[in-house]
Design a protein around this ligand. Structure first.
Ligand code: G6P
Length: 614
């Protein structure tokens, strides 16, 4: 987490840094700061959001065509003005911004203290900038060489940019396990955690690789070396395809609402060119090129975190149901540390919106070492996971900025469904007629999602008003709807701070039923075609204990609608595809409740969108 941005060139750095930080705020927003060099070094940092930093800077001197900026998600040291970045070296010469964690900082700090260094903050970052200073002065090295030597002594993850007060004509940056992109503008360079601060200045970017160090200079030259071996690398210059409008709210109050409403388009985009229901084919480049691996896979292992893990659970149902391949879905953070059994007959699929989640990356690295083929389902083009995997598919949802994931989730589920269908067809585990039916129905999903958004929003807003003061909520579902229940509960927790749990409906009687009374809203996803009678019984069990039932049902459904306090009707579809529709009311419900409770929907407390620390 944390967002970093830096600029060197002919333009004024301050507005570029501030706009960049606003774009990166999804990565952390508990404090922010900038350092600008114009003869004198001016550092401004403040607890709170980038807007608080802007107020704090006010009319102060922000001149300078070189500068660095940071928006923080605290790991070491509480979020306050002092611990905010940039951090400065003991002699005041170097300033540094950092995303990541220096794991051995305590040891380095002790050694530096022996050398006479004193520290003003509780951060690991301040230790790093002191270490660079110590090496630079003691060994009389250039800045890039001092940074390089310092990084050979560091254990952990970092994306850093260093500014030297004595040299206003260059910036030095490096990365390991935290992302860093270099934008090459006609009149200068931008460096940032992702491409969003860069896109309005230039489309030409270089993605720094792990253990690389870059020097960018005011005269337009730059070079990249490896940290360990100190070899010069030939940078590959990518052309960005991102559209700037997709980074704006476009008339919506919140990015989350915009992203919810984008779903008919983003689901369509995830399928574009990949599905043809008329001729009964699905083509996914990554699958076609690795067909034998997928056909012969003895097991699929899905690793992911958060909402992406819920997409993985849906994939488990679909892959086992249609392609008859055993699937395990793992929290990446658990998988990486529990000595899992992985063989070269396994295919490991990582699902990640950002493509940067530290645990998912580490899980993939482990799987790769053990010989499994690794496949990525990723949204952010050029991200670390996308580059690490042997093959993969992008979901093409465009930038997702609201911290609570919505369109990335439906994009992931869409793509995983296409994958399962394609592999099922190739393995001969699905009849041609059912394949055709499902692909035809897939083509209808964007329209049906649009219908849910149009038809249900007002009703959901009303229901939100009725339950907005609840302290707890229970989400129930069976089969394909169980992961949707988990996702619904997560959405509510994340943005409205109401405690919520998702449960398989039948498991309710093994515990959660004890909590049900008239104050407990129970959201039941009851779109099942199979086991329908069983979910009716579960609803009855809740009603018998005076729970308030909000049921998501298929249009025209009668039985559950009669029992429920509120029933939200969604269009009928084939059962494996229902999550793509039933999750929409879950998203709207949590959105409206969060707005009514006065919560910051796009930037919920303590969370960050891209979790680049363990
Ligand atoms: C964070 C975000 C979630 C996301 C999860 C996994 O917790 O707030 O929205 O689902 O990370 O992120 P990824 O980028 O790997 O999908």
């Amino acid at each position: 987490m944390c967002g970093i941005v830096a600029y060197i060139g002919e333009k004024n750095a301050y507005p570029i840094l501030i706009k960049g930080l606003q774009r990166l705020e999804y990565r952390g927003y508990d404090s922010a700061g900038v350092a600008l060099l114009n003869g004198k070094l001016n550092i401004y940092k403040r607890k709170g959001k980038v807007s608080d930093l802007i107020d704090f800077v006010g009319e102060n001197n922000v001149d300078g065509t070189i500068g660095i900026g940071h928006t923080r998600w605290a790991t070491h040291g509480k979020p306050d003005d002092v611990n905010a970045h940039p951090h400065i070296s003991g002699n005041g010469r170097l300033t540094l911004i950092h995303n990541g964690i220096i794991e051995n900082y305590a040891l380095i700090k002790k050694a530096l203290e022996v050398e006479g260094h004193t520290f003003n903050t509780e951060t690991d970052t301040e230790v790093l900038v002191h270490l660079i200073e110590e090496i630079q002065t003691r060994e009389k090295l250039t800045l890039e060489e001092a940074v390089r030597v310092a990084l050979t002594k560091v254990v952990g993850a970092y994306a850093i940019v260093v500014l030297d007060k004595e040299d206003p004509n260059k910036l030095v940056a490096a990365r390991k396990a935290s992302p860093l992109v270099i934008g090459i503008d006609e009149n200068g360079f931008l460096l940032a955690s992702d491409a969003t601060p860069i896109i309005e200045h230039t489309k030409k970017v270089v993605y720094l690789n792990d253990e690389e160090i870059a020097t960018v200079r005011r005269d337009g030259t730059f070079e990249i070396r490896t940290i360990g071996a100190n070899e010069i690398q030939t940078p590959f210059i990518h052309e960005l395809e991102m559209q700037i409008e997709r980074l704006e709210k476009g008339g919506y109050d919140y990015f989350m609402l915009k992203e919810i409403h984008e779903q008919p388009t983003t689901i369509q985009d995830a399928m574009r060119g990949r599905l043809n229901a008329v001729d009964s084919w699905i083509k996914l480049g990554g699958i076609e090129e690795n067909l034998e691996k997928f056909k012969d896979a003895e097991r699929l292992i899905i690793v992911a975190c958060g909402t992406s893990w819920h997409s993985g659970l849906i994939a488990e149902y679909i892959f086992e149901d249609l392609a008859r391949i055993p699937v395990e879905v793992e929290y990446a953070s658990e998988f990486r540390y529990r000595n899992p059994v992985i063989t070269d007959k396994d295919v490991v699929i990582a699902i990640s919106q950002s493509g940067e989640t530290a645990d998912t990356l580490a899980a993939l690295e482990l799987a790769k070492q053990k010989g499994a083929m690794i496949y990525g389902i990723v949204n952010v083009v050029g991200s670390s996971i996308a580059r690490l995997t042997d093959a993969g598919s992008y979901i093409h949802a465009g930038p997702e900025i609201g911290v609570a994931s919505t369109k990335a989730f439906t994009g992931q589920v869409t793509l995983l469904t296409l994958m399962a269908l394609s592999i099922a067809q190739k393995r001969g585990t699905i009849s041609e007629s059912y394949f055709k039916k499902l692909t035809q129905e897939m083509e209808q999903i964007p329209h049906k999602v649009a219908r849910v958004l149009e038809k249900c929003n007002t009703q959901i807003e009303y229901i939100s008003g009725e339950i907005k003061n609840a302290n707890n909520a229970l989400y129930l579902g069976r089969g394909y709807s169980f992961p949707v229940a988990l996702e619904g509960a997560l959405k509510l927790k994340e943005i409205s701070y109401i405690h919520a749990e998702g449960y398989p409906a039948a498991e309710m009687k093994h515990g959660p039923i004890a909590l049900i009374d008239e104050n407990m809203p129970v959201i039941v996803i009851a779109t099942n075609q199979s086991a329908y009678e069983k979910i009716v019984s579960n609803v009855q069990e809740v009603k018998a204990r005076q729970g308030m039932v909000i049921a998501i049902v298929t249009e025209g459904e009668k039985e559950i609608s009669k029992l429920a306090d509120y029933s939200i009707e969604i269009p009928e579809t084939e059962e494996p595809l229902t999550p793509l529709l039933s999750v929409i009311p879950m998203q709207l419900l949590s959105y409206h409740i969060a707005v009514m409770r006065g919560c910051n929907v796009d930037q919920p407390r303590n969370l960050a969108k891209s979790v680049t620390v363990e």
